[in-house]
Design a protein. Structure first.
Length: 218
């Protein structure tokens, strides 16, 4: 593998140029795998400021996952009604029981999926309605799997995995994350939870249901 340099995209307070050998062992192996598979989208961490950013190994381009705070307009937080309107416009429907949980004072952003392992972060309603960029296209975070599915079209056949075709994956709803793992809701039964691994496109069951999450803190 050719030793290339990457420039941290957080130019406002880091912007350091580093050789890929400086990456953590996990990110270095992840990058090698992504290059071998000709993936055009992944996340890695800057070894200097330790923040995660988007990276395209094909074009060798880095993109910040956060905006420059000095250029960020201070906006009034959206109301539940406004956020519901955003979801309706995007034709995204959150199951009622989970929507009620998201908008209640019982909502807990930390979720233990596998005992003894790192906890997942559940996005709140505002975060689910934020726009994210995946492979050059903009999506609401809650429908980000639509972007991942589109990026996988050139690598996998439509069947994709035993459990999901790419079209089925594209309508699943993102709920949270842990490191690079994406926690999502099965779009078919609207209750089963799965984990998507962007580094290789693998999918595994989380062995927890949406109803269990929504009722966890009652």
């Amino acid at each position: 593998m050719i030793e290339k340099e990457i420039t941290c995209p957080y130019t406002w307070d880091c912007g350091q140029k580093f050789e890929i050998c400086k990456l953590s062992e996990y990110d270095y192996d992840f990058l090698q795998s992504a290059i071998d598979k000709e993936m055009s989208f992944m996340f890695i961490h800057c070894p200097e400021c330790l923040r995660r950013f988007q990276f395209n190994p094909v074009e060798w381009k880095a993109k910040a996952s956060l905006s420059d705070p000095s250029k960020k307009n201070i906006q009034k937080p959206k109301t539940i009604k406004e956020l519901t309107s955003v979801l309706k416009k995007a034709k995204v429907e959150i199951p009622e029981s989970y929507f009620n949980y998201l908008t209640s004072d019982k909502f807990n952003s930390e979720l233990e999926v596998f005992k003894g392992q790192g906890k997942f972060h559940l996005y709140n309603l505002d975060e689910l309605c934020e726009e994210v960029n995946i492979d050059g296209n903009s999506y609401l975070r809650i429908e980000s799997l639509k972007g991942y599915a589109k990026s996988l079209e050139d690598i996998f056949e439509e069947e994709y995995t035993d459990e999901f075709s790419l079209s089925e994956l594209s309508v699943c709803l993102t709920l949270g994350f842990e490191n690079t793992q994406v926690l999502f809701l099965d779009g078919k039964d609207k209750n089963t939870i799965w984990i998507f691994h962007p580094d290789g496109g693998d999918i595994e069951p989380a062995k927890i249901t949406l109803d269990e999450i929504a009722n966890k803190n009652k």
